[in-house]
Design a protein around this ligand. Structure first.
Ligand SMILES: Cc1cc2nc3c(=O)[nH]c(=O)nc-3n(C[C@H](O)[C@H](O)[C@H](O)COP(=O)(O)OP(=O)(O)OC[C@H]3O[C@@H](n4cnc5c(N)ncnc54)[C@H](O)[C@@H]3O)c2cc1C
Length: 472
């Protein structure tokens, strides 16, 4: 457990400025607990600077005094990376919340790390542009956290992950130097693309203080459909048909197992399911229309054929903005409904698109062989082969808690059998670091540890996260 000597704390407070720190337990407490209550940290000192130069001074003090530091944005991360589990100094980026520039002409926005994602989206919309990253946590998560986890969400299919949206970065390194990578050039082949190192690094290689982000044209309207399926294997051919018919305009292709929908309907007031009859899966499909291209007919055509062939049982098109919002509410409320059920074991996996159904089949069987009372719930970003595979066991929470290790490794074995990834978008943090050695080759792990040693030789930046125990 880290204890912070008073003389070090005094230097850190001076670096953060008079309003830039707190030792008040009530102010620190909300920063110490992970959203679902899986990880609880400790920290005696919360730093909340509001300028890059202050962060640079903080890093320099930490480096000189070998004081570990945990960066935190909106504290919505789902793998524990933002939690100071060993009493580290907590560095909140919440006051780094200015939008420095929005340029619709250049299709870019410059936002500080603590800007809440929804605020960045709104600033882009006010300028007539789209910032397409979209997650159910967008009202709380921050641009710095999105970059550090390489966040995904519901629009990856059309616009890419956060990595694809970053044109430039400003980063404070462990020694307190400021790396300005904000040229924002679309093309620049002058050696290593350093900004890529910090995207998805979970705060272990540098502290992101600001970013230049790519904007896209705003759709003028949407085609939003909820389609009922019996077989998850039908989803992939439907996606291919839609992409062909719309010229690649599908912006969301989300899957919900019927059990996931039922969880939402039971736990979230004001939700209603427009699908009737028998089905096992619901697909939430959306395309964005431009003034020149309305995808409605193309989507209707593909879904009519799928209904004729029996692949789709029913399809409900949203006719108003309100109907669109209620369809999205069903999908976006799943994590909250899951949380309300109490203990659950979350998996955020990806497999090749054509193998999603096979994954669900073998993973459900593997889980039941460990704990017969377990109920598996699958939902996620089917257009990216990214499934959230959650395990609940209402009334058997103790058994579920003690089987966690066995269940997680049974699920991971299924992922590796299908050549998948044990973390599609949430990251590694504390949750998956001990499994990383099986996900990656020895050479990959060695190269990652070498990078960590080169950029953070005193291991002050988020130590114990992401890399397997014992490294760097
Ligand atoms: C309801 C819900 C839905 C979600 N849906 C999705 C989803 O669809 N897709 C998805 O990808 N994720 C999803 N998430 C996970 C989470 O919202 C994302 O990982 C998000 O990007 C985290 O941002 P944050 O600001 O909350 O970061 P935090 O949780 O504060 O931190 C996350 C990690 O980034 C590091 N970090 C934070 N800020 C910085 C910085 N400025 N510099 C360096 N390191 C930093 C932290 O140390 C930590 O390791 C969801 C979470 C919830 C609660």
């Amino acid at each position: 457990m880290t204890s912070i000597p008073p003389e070090v704390a005094a230097k850190l407070k001076a670096a953060a400025g008079p309003s830039g720190w707190s030792e008040e337990p009530r102010e620190i407490a909300p920063h110490l607990h992970e959203w679902r209550g899986r990880w609880h940290g400790k920290s005696a000192l919360l730093l909340k600077p509001d300028a890059t130069e202050q962060i640079a001074r903080i890093a320099a003090v930490c480096n000189e005094t070998r004081t570990p530091l945990v960066p935190q944005g909106g504290n919505t991360g789902l793998v524990g990376g933002q939690i100071p589990e060993n009493g580290e100094v907590l560095l909140s980026l919440e006051r780094m919340n200015r939008i420095r520039r929005v340029s619709p002409e250049q299709n870019l926005i410059i936002a500080e790390a603590g800007v809440v994602l929804a605020n960045a989206q709104n600033a882009a919309a006010e300028a007539g542009r789209l910032f397409p990253l979209s997650l159910a946590s967008e009202g709380s998560c921050t641009i710095g956290g999105n970059i550090s986890t390489n966040a995904g969400g519901v629009h990856v299919l059309r616009y890419g992950m956060m990595r694809d949206l970053v044109l430039g970065l400003e980063v404070v390194l462990a020694d307190g130097s400021i790396l300005n990578l904000m040229k924002g050039l679309r093309k620049d082949n002058t050696g290593y693309d350093l900004k890529q190192l910090f995207i998805g690094a979970e705060g272990t290689l540098g502290i992101v203080t600001a970013a230049m982000l790519r904007l896209s044209p705003q759709p003028v309207s949407y085609v939003t459909v909820l389609a009922a399926l019996d077989d998850l294997a039908a989803a992939h051919p439907i996606l291919n048909g839609l992409q062909q018919a719309t010229g690649g305009q599908v912006s969301a292709f989300e899957i919900m197992q019927r059990r996931a929908l039922e969880l939402v309907l039971g736990e979230i007031p004001g939700t209603a399911n427009p699908l009737a009859g028998d089905y096992q899966w619901a697909l939430l499909i959306e395309t964005g229309n431009s003034a020149a291209l309305d995808c409605n007919e193309a989507v209707e055509g593909v879904l009519s054929q799928a209904i004729e062939s029996g692949a789709v049982r029913d399809a409900i098109f949203a006719k108003t903005l309100r109907e669109r919002e209620s369809l999205w509410r069903l999908r976006e409320s799943i994590p909250e409904a899951q949380r309300k059920q109490g203990l659950s074991i979350a998996n955020d996996i990806s497999v090749p698109l054509a193998r999603m159904a096979e994954f669900v089949e073998i993973a459900e069987a593997a889980v039941r062989s460990v704990l017969p009372q377990a109920v598996c719930i699958t939902f996620g970003h089917a257009g990216d082969g990214n499934l959230h595979f959650a395990i609940l066991a209402a009334g058997h929470n103790e058994a579920l808690a003690s089987a966690r290790g066995q269940i997680e490794s049974a699920v991971q074995d299924c992922v590796w059998r299908l050549d998948g990834s044990i973390s599609a978008e949430h990251g590694i943090g504390l949750a998956r670091r001990d499994s990383l050695r099986r996900q990656k080759s020895g050479q990959e792990i060695a190269a990652m540890a070498a990078l960590k040693r080169a950029l953070d030789p005193n291991n002050i930046l988020n130590p114990g996260k992401l890399l397997p125990a014992g490294l760097p």
